[in-house]
Design a protein around this ligand. Structure first.
Ligand code: B16
Ligand code: MG
Length: 217
């Protein structure tokens, strides 16, 4: 049975959460909303539009659509300035080893991210060529925990969801994989990602035997 290995982007391949945080914090400051690193956890895996709504809810701020649109543009323009200097040194530990192993084994690799900036990030970090398909925030209408982003990726490669393995750092992403009947692999804290079928702290904890086992299953 042919498998597909689907990777989330932020929190799995790179840590762009720190840049999202800096950009959102500027908006929050302007609006006098207290926005901490702890709050930032709530935005992981969540779309840009929903992220802004969460921040406004935190500050009990009501805003017009016009203002929201303005802040969304402002946030993204600021976020993009942090991406300018990104390079392959920002690939999280252990990720390269697994990507290379999957390539050696001729396994299809997909990206399944909520971000609309996924392609430039993959290009800047030099790993775009590892991916057989890239499905991101530009391709979906339903955000995680809806499995749409992962289902599209599997479908593009003609692989049934049961044969898809999803690496995710967010609760919503793990739920999306589970709802889609895929094998969920949580990357992060077991206490947070307990719904995942397998959980690892990071990719350095995943050995190639485990990947081989997934391929054979
Ligand atoms: P953008 P992922 C997600 O990426 C981030 O975790 C989330 O914090 C962000 O709001 C979302 O992408 C949208 O990003 O503003 O670049 O479209 O974890 O799904 O790879
Ligand atoms: Mg993520």
């Amino acid at each position: 049975n042919k498998k597909v290995f689907i990777f989330d982007l932020d929190g799995v391949i790179v840590d762009t959460a720190k840049y999202h945080f800096l950009a959102w914090q500027k908006i929050a400051k302007e609006l006098n909303i207290d926005f901490t690193l702890e709050h930032n956890e709530l935005l992981k895996g969540v779309s840009r539009v929903r992220s802004l709504d969460i921040i406004l809810e935190l500050g009990n701020v009501e805003a017009s659509q016009e203002d929201k649109d303005k802040w969304l543009i402002q946030k993204n323009e600021d976020y993009l300035t942090y991406l300018v200097d990104m390079d392959e040194s920002e690939i999280l530990p252990g990720v390269f080893t697994i990507l290379k192993f999957l390539k050696e084994k001729n396994q299809p690799i997909a990206l399944g991210s909520a971000s609309k900036n996924a392609r430039p990030i993959l290009k800047k970090t030099g790993i775009l060529s590892y991916f057989n398909v890239v499905v991101d925030g530009n391709d979906v209408t339903n955000a995680k925990p809806d499995p749409e982003v992962f289902l599209i990726a599997a479908k593009l490669l003609n692989i049934s969801p049961e044969n898809a393995i999803v690496f995710e750092d967010s609760v919503a992403g793990v739920q999306a994989a589970n709802i889609g009947k895929m094998t969920s692999v949580g990357i992060g804290e077991a206490s947070i990602l307990h719904e995942a079928k397998y959980i690892f702290k990071d990719f350095t904890e995943i050995d190639t035997d485990f990947i081989e086992e997934l391929i054979r299953k």
